[in-house]
Design a protein around this ligand. Structure first.
Ligand SMILES: NC(=O)c1ccc[n+]([C@@H]2O[C@H](COP(=O)([O-])OP(=O)(O)OC[C@H]3O[C@@H](n4cnc5c(N)ncnc54)[C@H](O)[C@@H]3O)[C@@H](O)[C@H]2O)c1
Ligand SMILES: C[N+](C)(C)CCCC=O
Length: 485
């Protein structure tokens, strides 16, 4: 590490690190070894009060700045993130266990892209002029006020930026609560934003478990909540936000289908299945974990997939050669192990993997089940680990019906060389984000989010602006005003 994993203090409030050791201690565990690498403290009611008060106090002046000035600060922060990519990636690896091979290209880089993109958009946020005969009206695009972001543990830097960048670009203040499992990275995002010139109070980080998130969501001074997390948590947060009629963005879980037709390029399809199941040790919301393979190519697909999985380099996440790391925590590893046991009990064929590695930390083998049927638990529930379920299909109509027969709708993918079919299938998917002959791309220019239980709203792209701002309509009468009496 180029800098210590223990942060200066648990929280970042009003432009400075703040500590309150009376909050519940949260131990940060390096997933590759099980060692405690830092301890932070959950926010106390006093910390929650302090962060809400200071964020609200700072917001109006920020919203009143020209968009160019807000944008310049975000773009400066993006440059700083890129310049510090190595250190941020090392920290991300220690927070999550994801291999440096991944974090060095994916996490701070994606965060910087969001800061740069929304920094660029900040100056373009305008209303419109509406002519009404001689009278007219105009709209003003205004900030919502105080936004709360609540993060999952799989992409701590990316999530902190995907929520913070559009919020700040629109003139809001943000309080971000990272997952208690990965509390370190968001503090660095806050530090960088302030070094880049962000006025104090506008991007704050407070630590804690669900209760702290709940306290923030239900506070009447909070105007918007954006959650990245599981569907059960989404239900609670959405309900609490509804009580105050707050704006929400919900980025929730998935059980996405990936369809591989017999005319697909097999090597590309295997790559897509690997990227959609084993990247970040399978801890990706949009993963295509139900892999439907055309019957005629199933065995060829499984053979090539098994060969490719033998090339996975599993081990020390800091070794640049390592391409597959541990699960984020012992608890998550145990959850995934229980799904593997269920898959075997319910009659799925274990093609490869299935075991914990005999070494420190929370390592599981990349696991593939074949002959999975739609009713099996591993085909219905989000596992959030490196477990691929391969199901067979005969026809397009049949597989489309089965692919959509889920309460989730985050993502979906198709591999085929028939372009007409590819677009027909994409149109038929009940999902927010679809891939043709690819999987898990998430560039900032493209809206990302889910349908059905997988979410509400979109992150990234111009559409995110709609979720962090609101329109005010102003009517202007040019002549006298008549009234009935
Ligand atoms: N759609 C997406 O963009 C996306 C991205 C990443 C992860 N996810 C999903 O996140 C899940 C994994 O992450 P996780 O285990 O951290 O999820 P989780 O739902 O357990 O926790 C998410 C966050 O919510 C907080 N929280 C828990 N209860 C709360 C409450 N009552 N009020 C307010 N906050 C509360 C947690 O402290 C944490 O910060 C998976 O389901 C995954 O699919 C979705
Ligand atoms: C950029 N990825 C890898 C698609 C992750 C998006 C966020 C979901 O976990």
């Amino acid at each position: 590490m180029n800098y210590p994993t223990q942060p200066k203090a648990s929280h970042f409030i009003n432009g400075a690190y703040v500590e309150d050791t009376s909050g519940t201690p949260i131990k940060v565990i390096y997933p590759a070894t099980g060692a405690v690498i830092a301890t932070v403290h959950a926010a106390t009611p006093a910390i929650v009060e302090q962060v809400i008060t200071s964020a609200r106090a700072a917001q109006r002046a920020w919203a009143a700045l020209p968009g160019t000035e807000r944008g310049r600060i975000l773009r400066r922060a993006a440059d700083m993130m890129r310049a510090r990519n190595h250190d941020l990636s090392v920290l991300e690896t220690h927070d999550t266990g994801k291999p440096y091979q991944e974090t060095s290209v994916a996490d701070a880089a994606s965060g910087a892209d969001a800061l740069e993109y929304f920094g660029g958009l900040a100056a373009t946020l305008t209303g419109e002029h509406i002519q009404l005969g001689e009278d007219w009206a105009y709209t003003r695009r205004e900030a919502l006020g105080l936004c709360v972001g609540i993060g999952a543990w799989n992409y701590p830097t990316q999530i902190a930026c995907w929520k913070g960048a559009p919020a700040l670009a629109c003139g809001n203040a943000m309080i971000f609560k990272p997952s208690e499992t990965t509390p370190l990275c968001a503090l660095k995002v806050a530090e960088i934003l302030h070094e880049a010139g962000l006025p104090a109070g506008l991007y704050n980080v407070v630590q804690g478990m669900g209760e702290v998130g709940g306290a923030l969501v239900s506070d009447p001074r909070v105007d918007k909540v954006s959650l990245t997390g599981s569907v059960p948590t989404g239900r609670k947060v959405y309900a609490a936000a509804a009580e105050g009629i707050k704006h929400v963005t919900m980025e929730l879980g998935g059980k996405s289908p990936l369809l591989i037709f017999d005319d697909a390029d097999l090597e590309n399809a295997v790559s897509g299945a690997i990227l959609g199941n084993f990247y970040s040790s399978g801890q990706v919301c949009s993963n295509g974990t139900r892999v439907f393979v055309h019957k005629g190519i199933k065995e060829a697909f499984l053979t090539r997939l098994s060969e490719r999985l033998e090339q996975a380099v599993i081990g020390d996440p800091m070794d640049p050669a390592t391409s597959f790391g541990p699960m984020v925590s012992e608890r998550q590893m145990e959850i995934v192990q229980s799904y593997i046991t269920k898959g075997i009990e319910e009659g799925a064929r274990l093609v490869t993997g299935g075991a914990r590695l005999d070494r420190g930390g929370f390592f599981l083998q990349p696991t593939v089940f074949a002959d999975v049927t739609d009713d099996m638990t591993i085909a219905r529930e989000e596992i959030f680990g490196p477990v691929m379920a391969v199901l067979d299909f005969d026809s397009e109509d049949e597989v489309m019906a089965r692919a959509n027969a889920t309460e989730f709708g985050l993502a979906a993918g198709v591999f085929t060389s028939d372009l007409t079919r590819a677009h027909r299938v994409a149109a038929g998917f009940e999902a927010g984000t679809c891939f043709i002959n690819s999987y898990n791309d998430a560039p900032v220019e493209v809206p990302f989010g889910g349908a059905k239980l997988s979410g509400v709203g979109r992150e990234n792209a111009k559409q995110a602006i709609e979720h962090y701002s609101q329109l005010k309509s102003v009517y202007v009468r040019m002549g006298d005003l008549e009234a009935p009496f």
